[in-house]
Design a binder for this molecule. Structure first.
Ligand SMILES: [Fe+2]
Ligand SMILES: [Fe+2]
Length: 350
C-alpha cells in the first residue's frame, strides 16, 4: 500500500472509531433527551405530565414496609391461617414474591433505558415500590412459615420471557399489562376472602402501588408503539398474545390452591381478563385510536379461556370446541360488552 492510501485508511478507521465512541456515549448520557419535548402533541404532553406525577405520588404515598407489617401484626395478634390455607398461601404467593423481584428488575431496567425524563422518573419510582413489595412479602411469608424457594414451571417461563425481552415495548407490555394486572387480580381475590387479616390489610397497600405501575405502560407505550413499524407492531402483538395465553398455564398450576382459598379459577380468569382489557382499552385511548389487534386478541383469549376452564362439563372434545367458539364470538360469560364499550368510548374521544 502506498503511503497516501495507508494514511487515508487509518484516518477513516480513526473517524469510525470516534463515531462509535460518540454513539455509545450518547446512549449512556443522552444530552439530546429534551430535544423532542417542544415537538410533543397535546396528547403526548398530557401523558408526560401524568408520568411525572406518578413519581411525585410514589414519593408522597410511599409507606414504610417494616413499620406497616409490624403494626398489622400487632393489630391482629400475628398471622391467623389454618394449615390448609397456609399451604395454599405459600403456593399462590410464591408467584407474588418472585414476581415482585421480576418487577423490581424490569422497572430498574426501564429506569436505566427509557430516555424521556418523565417516563424514567415513573420507572424509578416503580423500582422503589417493587423493592419494598419484595422485602415485605418475604418477611410476611417468613412469618407464615417457610419462604417459597422458587416458582412452578409455567410461572418461571413467563417471568423469564418478560425479563429477557429484547425490546422495551415487550418489557412494558409484558410487565405492566400482563403480569401487574394478574397480580392485582390475585391480591383482590385473596383480600376479599379475608383468609388472614394481616395479609388482607397488607394487600391494600400493594394494590394502591400496583395501580400506579399499570399506568406507566398505559401512558408510555403509545409513544414507543408509534415509533415502531407496522411489522414490528404485529410481531409485538404476537409476542404479547403468547405471553397473555401463558397465564392460563399459570392459573392451572395454582388452581387447587386457589380452590383451597375459596377462589374459583374461572372467577380469577374473568377478573384478570377484565383488568387486562381495561388496560388495553386505556392504551388504545392514549394512542387516540383502537388498537387493530385487540379485537382478534380478545377473541383468541376467550376461546382459550373457555377451552382451558370450561363452564360446563362437555360431552366430547367437539362440543368443547363449539363452547369455546361461542365464548370467542359472544365474549366470555357474555362479557364482550365490556371491551366493546371501552373501545367505543376510546374511539369517541379520539
Ligand atoms: Fe409490586
Ligand atoms: Fe408493580
Amino acid at each position: 500500500m502506498t503511503d497516501p492510501i495507508r494514511r487515508a485508511a487509518s484516518r477513516a478507521k480513526r473517524k469510525s472509531l470516534r463515531q462509535l465512541v460518540r454513539l455509545k456515549r450518547q446512549g449512556l448520557l443522552p444530552f439530546s433527551m429534551f430535544d423532542d419535548v417542544a415537538d410533543r402533541t397535546q396528547r403526548e404532553q398530557r401523558a408526560a405530565q401524568k408520568l411525572e406525577r406518578i413519581y411525585h405520588q410514589g414519593q408522597s404515598l410511599a409507606w414504610e414496609g417494616r413499620a406497616v407489617l409490624d403494626e398489622l401484626m400487632q393489630k391482629h395478634g400475628g398471622v391467623h391461617l389454618s394449615p390448609a390455607h397456609t399451604a395454599a398461601i405459600q403456593e399462590v404467593f410464591a408467584i407474588i414474591l418472585w414476581g415482585e423481584l421480576a418487577a423490581w428488575k424490569a422497572s430498574a431496567r426501564l429506569a436505566m433505558e427509557l430516555v424521556p425524563m418523565d417516563a424514567k422518573m415513573a420507572a424509578t419510582s416503580q423500582a422503589h415500590d417493587e423493592a419494598r413489595h419484595f422485602y415485605v412479602m418475604r418477611e410476611y411469608l417468613a412469618a407464615v412459615g417457610e419462604v417459597p424457594g422458587g416458582v412452578k414451571k409455567h410461572t418461571d417461563k413467563l417471568l423469564l420471557r418478560v425479563l429477557e425481552a429484547d425490546h422495551l415495548a415487550k418489557l412494558l407490555l409484558g410487565m405492566q399489562l400482563v403480569i401487574e394486572p394478574l397480580a392485582l387480580t390475585l391480591f383482590h381475590l385473596v383480600r376479599e376472602r379475608r383468609v388472614d387479616p394481616v395479609l388482607g390489610d397488607l394487600l391494600v397497600y400493594y394494590e394502591r402501588d400496583e395501580a400506579r405501575h399499570v399506568a406507566l405502560g398505559v401512558l408510555y407505550l403509545p409513544e414507543v408503539l408509534r415509533r415502531m413499524s407496522r411489522r414490528e407492531q404485529l410481531s409485538l402483538a404476537r409476542w404479547q398474545l403468547k405471553s397473555y395465553l401463558m397465564q392460563f398455564d399459570i392459573l392451572r398450576e395454582i388452581e387447587p390452591h386457589l380452590a383451597a382459598l375459596g377462589v374459583d379459577v374461572r372467577e380469577a380468569m374473568r377478573l384478570a381478563r377484565k383488568k387486562q382489557v381495561q388496560a388495553t382499552a386505556l392504551l388504545a385511548e392514549a394512542m387516540g385510536r383502537d388498537l387493530p389487534v385487540t379485537e382478534v386478541f380478545l377473541r383468541v383469549v376467550d376461546f382459550k379461556a373457555e377451552f382451558s376452564f370450561p363452564r360446563e362439563r362437555y360431552r366430547s372434545t367437539a362440543a368443547k370446541v363449539v363452547g369455546a367458539a361461542r365464548s370467542a364470538l359472544s365474549g366470555l360469560d357474555g362479557d364482550h360488552a365490556l371491551f366493546e364499550g371501552l373501545g367505543r368510548a376510546a374511539r369517541d374521544r379520539a
